[in-house]
Design a binder for this molecule. Structure first.
Ligand code: G3P
Ligand code: MG
Length: 271
């Protein structure tokens, strides 16, 4: 199984900025996304949930105390309230004008050929309406094959696959299964991957021994570890055959892996 041309055409591992260039700007923000592309990342990873009024919001936390200093429940709050919250001051006072983005707004900044890993957030059975709405938004893009939809939650990925099954192949996006060491054995060994139907496995970096990577690759999966911020670790993982990286430090990783960035695309914000 492969992720498709946009993820493989460079002939080297792709670099996705985790929540944007989140070591240098507020996570999942317009600035973090713009900075990631300016630093030569191939794209970004971002998190999505559906808010109380139904819009798809780019955000990691379900409760916004950390990001906005207020105990707002994202899944209950309407977009009319969420859109006014300051989600940058927690990072640094100079980012006090940072606001949450809708997925559609983020994609306006992340134009083709930028790669975008959309992580569906949700515990248990998750929000059943989230995958279908995300599928609608992504399939309307000029290049839906540049999206990679991932989740820790197999139920959300199955729903996303079902929603995509109603589309022509040219409108579909690949899927990836996230897992980490703290999960139960079936999840952290990716045993459910065949049932979910994914092209890639996204293990936390602490699970990435060379033998594990070889095993996942032998099962036919592209391997996309997170979060890889150390150049030496990235080089070892590259040698082990990973397909791409998710990192908080795209500039550092990009330079360690491929030399200084040389922008040859028109993916910069506003282009
Ligand atoms: O997609 C990789 C990573 O984002 C998963 O964990 O909690 O940062 O969304 P988290
Ligand atoms: Mg994420």
């Amino acid at each position: 199984m492969s992720l498709g041309a946009p993820f493989e055409s460079a002939g080297r591992p792709f670099v996705l900025a985790h929540r944007g260039a989140s070591a240098e700007a507020p996570e999942n923000s317009a600035r973090a996304f713009s900075l990631a592309l300016a630093q030569g990342a191939d794209g970004v990873e971002l998190d999505v949930m559906r808010c109380g009024s139904g819009e798809i919001v780019v955000v990691h936390d379900e409760e916004l105390s950390r990001l906005a200093g207020q105990p707002v429940e994202l899944r209950r709050a309407p977009w009319s309230v969420l859109r006014g919250l300051d989600v940058g001051s927690w990072f640094h006072p100079r980012f006090s004008d940072t606001r949450l983005l809708l997925l559609e707004e983020a994609l306006e900044l992340l134009r083709p050929p930028a790669l975008v890993n959309v992580e569906l957030k949700g515990e248990g059975m998750g929000d059943p309406a989230l995958p279908a709405r995300v599928s609608e938004i992504l399939s309307a893009d000029p290049a839906p094959e540049r999206f990679l939809v991932s989740s820790f939650n197999p139920a959300l990925l199955v729903r996303f696959r079902a929603a995509q099954g109603r589309l022509p192949h040219s409108r579909r996006s690949p899927r990836g299964l996230l897992f980490e060491a703290e999960q139960s054995a079936p999840l952290r060994r990716a045993s459910l991957a065949p049932l979910v139907g994914v092209g890639s496995l996204h293990p936390s970096v602490d699970l990435c021994r060379a033998s594990s990577i070889a095993g996942w690759r032998a099962r036919g999966y592209a391997v996309v570890p997170w979060t890889v911020d150390e150049p030496a670790v990235a080089l070892a993982l590259q040698a082990a055959g990973v397909a791409g990286f998710i990192t908080n430090r795209p500039a550092l990783l990009r330079e360690a892996l491929h030399g200084p960035a040389q922008r040859t695309t028109d993916a910069s914000p506003g282009a």
